[in-house]
Design a binder for this molecule. Sequence first.
Ligand code: PGA
Length: 251
Amino acid sequence: MRKPIIAGNWKMYKTPAQAKALVQEIRSGLDQTVLSGREVVLCPPFVDLAVVEEAVRGSGIGLGAQNFYPKEEGAFTGEVSAPMLKELGVTYVIIGHSERRQYFKEDDDFVNQKVLAALKNGLKPILCVGEMWSEREANLTEKRIETQLAGGLKDVSPEVFSALVVAYEPVWAIGTGKNATPGQAQDVHRFIRGWVAVKFGKELAENLRIQYGGSVKAENAASLLTQPDIDGALIGGASLTAGSFLSIIKY
Ligand code: PGA
């Protein structure tokens, strides 16, 4: 059985003080019975990581980062390394998010460097893939996803594959209020699992958790998250307030 993983991607929102307050609110609305059936992860901005780590301690809520630079250390002004994140208590890291691909020109090669560096350093990658609206219209969704998977997972060995989470996030659904229908999302999730089965074997594919992301809200969470190949959600906007994030967790 795959345990659903619900992750909040806070993007560039929340100062440290706001982050602390939000975690306290989330914690007070969660009990252990909910957490025994789901994994909950918060991915705040770098500057909030230490505060959030302290605030989630003992709650069972996990900590993720939104990015890092795939070198151990060095003269890379402004960047943050995987060992630095590890020491702060970070477990997961989002890689290949469409905003990084779009605004920071990160390509599949660079995404792959990050996946390999994360795995080497004991961080679990949340690898994001997703097509643009024009690609969906041109019937190129599967081709796009396949290219991103093949590129991002190049040289990943089956021995470490189980640390990975994949997030399917159609670019046209991110922050737009326009989510994929449960059927559209399920189709792509099934395609991803099938692709992984061919490349990494059936057992790893069966155990892989594939999150859906893109305008997930309290109102649509249940219909998406009950699809057979959808194993959780990566949530942007709706993770910024405790009420909506909690209702999604409790879908
Ligand atoms: P959204 O963002 O929930 O605001 O659409 C999802 C994401 O970017 O991970």
